[in-house]
Design a protein around this ligand. Sequence first.
Ligand code: 0O2
Length: 210
Amino acid sequence: MTRDIYGKYGDYLPRILEDFSQKIQEENSRSKTETGYKLYEHFIARVKAPESMEEKCQRKGLPVTTESALKSIRDSIGVRIICGFVDDIYNLVDFIKGLDGISVYNEKDYIQNAKPNGYRSYHLILEVETPFEDCLGNVPGAYFIEVQLRTIAQDSWASLEHQMKYKHDIKNPELIVKELKRCADEMASVDLSMQTIRNLIQTSTEEETK
Ligand code: 0O2
């Protein structure tokens, strides 16, 4: 039987993803029951297709091997969590950091520090201890999970900007880049206002129940 770039370790990836997803989804249900608030609006999880991983290894100038796919590149397992409000992102980050068997390998707060093009999102690369062997022969084995957290506004911006990257025949790209940056900044301002309004609603509800 011919194996893809993940080799025999490919069988473990969906199981590791499922286990992680379940923990986040359970926390969301707990929050909904206890506080009435959802921690996120959408949860998207995927194992990167082997062909995309091979292409990424080539693009990064790495040998097309299982070790490159699972150790040098760290998004074979990926989760995107879309939140209604910016505070929800930071609450979820704190929750994820507190999970057993998980450590943060790398963290980028592109919300506090937006990229020059206007991209905003919170990125975590997690190193997860699993009962499975990893490609270096360790048991328990360590696997990486990439988590991207962003608001609904940041997500719609990122998908539009992503579309633009793959279109090479765009007329006047400078104008589009400038307009995208303007939109990103306006959306960040709206996200901030939405958060402030939600805080006001929450405090006035708390005062009423006193
Ligand atoms: P793909 O094909 O989506 O997997 P680093 O090497 O750590 O400096 P890296 O690996 O690009 O940089 O990490 P980073 O910055 O955390 O970005 C990881 C992923 O976030 C990217 O995947 C994109 O999916 C997304 N992302 C980062 N910057 C932007 C951006 O400006 N616009 C949009 N739309 N998405 C972005 P990859 O690795 O590019 O590739």
